[in-house]
Design a protein. Sequence first.
Length: 550
Amino acid sequence: MRSFLALIILPAARAPGKHTMTDLRAVRAVWLGGAFAIAYIVLDMLSGPEARHQTIAPVWHPAAGLALYLVLAAGFKAVPQLVATVLVAAAITPALPAQPLLSLVVGLLPVPMYLAVGAVMRRYLAGHAFFASHRGLLTWAGLVTLGSLLSAAAYALMLLGADAFASRAWLDLVTRYTIAETAGMLVIVPALHYLLDAGLRADVLGRIASWETLAYVALIALVLAVGLQRPAPESLVYYLLFLPLAWSAARHGMAGAVTAAIVLEAGVTIAALRPIAYPAQMPNVQMLVLTLTLSGFLIGIAVDVARRASHDLRHSLRLAAAGEMAGAVAHELNQPLTALSMYGSACERLMARGGNEALLQTTIRSMVAESQRASDVLKRLRDFFRTGTTALEPLALAELIRGAVAPFVGQARAQGIVLDVSPPPRAVLLGDRIQLEIVLRNLLSNALQALAEMPAGAERRIAVRSGMDGATVWIRIADNGPGIADKIRARLFEPFISLKSSGLGLGLAISRAIVETHGGTLSVEPGPHAILKITLPFHDGADEGPDHVQ
């Protein structure tokens, strides 16, 4: 924003050797300064005495928002440009046509308010923090309202001193002027903020460029058209404006709320410019529109905050999943890398002894096979974490359990933990061996860590049971550890919920995702200890011979 409008105020100082660049900057400054002046004057005319259907106060003052935006962009450097433009506008559209000099003074009254509000916002709400949170928005709205109220009081006192209206109407004038100034700043500043920033403009246009936007814009126009043709007692129809405003904010965040607010105020402006049937109700309509606009902004910010949090969560999940993937890769690559090392040492010994060519070729083929196995591990894990795809193949249940349990046998024995694995049934399932072993190893690792925290001398046992239930195969892993707290049990498989103080809380979430990708379920069963159960579809393939896990 600052880079766009600050050039209005920048002096066209010349430097030796830089005439061309300086001339271009000067031309651009002139164009932007002229554009600001024309926009301010036109907006001021649209809400001036000819269009307000009131003797004193305008319905709303969009030029106030443009003035505040200029101050936000350029700070106190904007004073000359702002004062000159306000004086021209006051001369063209005087508040008191019979007293042109006093009209100029009256026109300058809000300028100190614009500068004060802009200075406070630049210092305490830098970086457009007033659009980033509810607190920022309410702080900004309160600041704008307070500034408008003080400016309105000064405006009313000066007109009262000039006998421009009866003293009994003073409070009514202050109220209407405050509403007009506040509405202008609350609507125009966010609109310019989103439209004049190239990055934000592309995001806003991308969000609202849809048939849905046309639908709620048409609904707003319809409600205004119907409402302005009815007398004040029937003005309840205006409350229907909340529906399209909330709709736009809920769907498109602040971008949608600002779009709807612009349409609302455009309708109010058009109504003020034409001879409507009931002009006296226009200030009441504007007050309602202002209230609805602020409500829409609050909804829009809530939606934007939720979207940012969702984006941050997805980013965190990707990083954490990468950590889980790294652990899985390290675990799965351990065996082929160990085999490669052993085969390489064997090749060295064979070559040192003159080598048996046939045996050497066999060993080299084994090395190639292990390399291919390592490559398959990486490919399968990468495909799952990137796209969720699996490489399905018939797996014997006994073989799957044996491959998952084997790395933990020595660890359990060293810690004094009984690893009790019952003989699996003769069953075949269709799945990705690497991914399903990751799930089983994660559950076994959690059980071992839970038992490791138990006091010395206590019996520690992990039971691995499996069986068939109709068309499904199930695997149950239970330990006699401290169990799962009730407050965690219901959310056990959510991301970042961990049973370990040092855990990321993603192992079980990823495990459930893998199992569900295979068409199965991963659940926790009730009981005083941790009992987790996996169910997978039975594969109607060839039976496997009896196989027991020791």
